[in-house]
Every structure is written in C-alpha cells, then in structure tokens.
Design a binder for this molecule. Sequence first.
Ligand SMILES: Cc1ncc(COP(=O)(O)O)c(C=O)c1O
Length: 386
Amino acid sequence: MNQEFIPFVSHSLEEDDIQSVLDVLKSSWIVSGPKVIEFEEKLKEYFGCKYAVALNSCTASLHVLLASLGIGEKDEVITIPFTFIATCDAIIYQKAIPIFVDVREDTFNIDPSKIEAAITKKTKAILLTHYAGQPAQLDEIKEIAQKHNLLLLEDAAHAIGAEYKGKKIGSFGSGVCFSFHAVKNIISGEGGMIATDNQEIADKAKRLRFFGIETDAWKRVCSEDFWFYEVSDLGFKYNMMDIQAAMGVSQLKKVVKFQKIRDQYAQMYNQSFSQIPEIDIPTILPEVKTSWHLYVIKLNLDRLSINRNEFVRKLRELGVGTNVHYLPLHMHKYFKDNSNYRYKDFPVSESLYDRIISLPLYQKMTPQQVERVVDIVIDLIKKYRR
Ligand SMILES: Cc1ncc(COP(=O)(O)O)c(C=O)c1O
C-alpha cells in the first residue's frame, strides 16, 4: 500500500496562528504580559466563567488549584484510575492521597454509584476527569459532594467545548482545569488554565503560578513602584508566556469551526462501525455534548482471533496511527511500588484497557482519510473475525 501514513494526531496551526506568534516575538514583551491577559479575557467570555487563570500546562493548573484550596498532606482526594497520570500527579505533589474509584463501562467516566464507599473522614475533594471530552455526571456527583461537604474539581483537559445539560464545561464549578497542549482540540503549544467562579481561588492561583508574588511582572512594569514585589506564599514557576497565549488567542477563534469537523468525523466513524458487532462505538449520554477529543472504540475480543495489541500493530502496518488511553494508573510501576493498589482492584478499568483503541480524529484530517481509517479497520475485523 503506497498511501501516506495517517498519524494518530496532528495539530492545526495555520498562517494566522503563526502570524499571531510572530507579532509577539517582534514585540518588546514575550513572557507573561498583555497577551496572557487577553487570552484570559477571551477564555472567560468563551466559557462564561467569572475568572480564568492561564498557566503553562493543565498539570500545573491542577497542582495550583489543589494548592489554592489548601489540599495538603494526608488529605484524601477521590479520582479515577482511568485517566492520564497528570490528574493524579497533582494530588501527589501536594502530599495528598489519591483514592481511586472505578469508572462506568459505557462512558469511561467515574461511576457515581461507587463514590460514597470511598469517602472517609480524610476525604477533601473529588477530582474527576471528563474522559475523551464527554462530561461526567456532574449533578449526581455534586449531590454526593455536597452531602459529604467535599470540593468538586474537574480535570477538563479533554473537554474544551463540551457541555453538560446545555452549559459549557468551565462555565460552572469551583475549579475546572483545561489543557492547550499540542495534541488538544485548540492549542498554545504547552498551556493550561483554571476556570472558576470563586475569586479567592482565582487570586490565590494567580499568586501561586508565579512564585507567590502578589503582582505579576507585567503589572509591576506599568506601576509607579515598579521595582517592588512581595512573596506571600510558597509558589511555583508555572506562568504562561505571551508567545503561548498568542497562539491560544488565535486558535480560540476557531474552536467552533474545529468542533464541527470533529463532530462530523465522529459521526462518520459512528455510522460506519455501528453495524459491526466486533466493535462497540462510544456511548454518549443524552444530557451531554462531547468535545470528541478522543474517539475510542472497544473491541469485542471474544468475536476476534486477534488481541488489542496485535490489532494496533496491524493498523500501524496498514498505515493508521492509533493510541491507547489509558493503562489504568494502578497498573503502572510507580503505583505498584508506592501504593497498596493491585491488579483486580478496578475490574472495569482493567477490562476496558484490554479492549480500547483511540482512532485518529483531528481537524487536519480529510474526510477521505477518515474513510480510509474506516476501511482499514473493517478489513482487519473481517480478516480476524472468529
Ligand atoms: C486527562 C488529562 N489531564 C491532564 C493532562 C495534562 O495536560 P498538560 O499536558 O497540559 O499538562 C492531560 C494531558 O494529556 C490529560 O489527558
């Protein structure tokens, strides 16, 4: 087959994005300054939240969010094993303890019916992930959080543009963290933000992202006492640069256009695979709108004479890049060495892991490439059908 390889992911940087970055590079201010403020203003408008705090990654945003809320040593934070390590890292950075709760088999999101059993006197927060861009069941989880006086925090790295009961993820909630890393739906190279309606959290996060310094460098330069700064908290070096924000501002203008393409391609996959019994297509609950950050199929392995790893290898040989999101966290060496969690503790996550493949889905793909992925996947299924 001579056709070009279809990568798993590729960003959509266009001329206007590049020009926007060049303008900053040619200006006199390239670190955190007016572009970061502009990006925060635009994000606030887009999400409909009261405060937006930009940082240099979602990981940093999660860390600063937990630190701003005073989550610390020996506090317990409920989260899922079926997420990227960053969700959990933030908890561990604060010397708090991640408590895993298994996910739902259909949505990959936290299973609300399993949360209460994991709550103890030390539990301070629930930090959930909106897996693949599909919002978790926020109302049910909020009810549990309120009943037990817990904070409800969201890792929305996948979920820009996603909606829960008609409201954008990020437009409500005490702390919602987004990612603009190069593989995300819109990008700033590296980048993240905290969306919140809570002024105290926003103010503290703004200090913590830059050494715990009360006023940021840009504001200082513009003020009379430009030389003075005071450290009020032990902070971090997590600030976003104007170079990154310029890319973000430009990409944010296209978020709706990009989403339409993702919606269209996801529907193409859905329609093509829905009649194939060896494949389960994603289940999207009626009350949500997913951002389709990932398109994840589940193989029905008992109908196939090939396992997931072999399937992924064959797809690669045939010209399709894929990925697997995720090896459940408790199955990583770090958790085997540093926690009491063991294999079989989270059977839903474990069995999902054996079956899942994330297929290419990004705005730079052409409809013809989506069709080619479909043909190659279906051909493989036919070849290895039991
Ligand atoms: C669920 C989840 N949370 C957090 C992150 C971390 O994002 P960042 O790379 O911006 O730190 C990622 C990155 O892929 C992610 O997938």
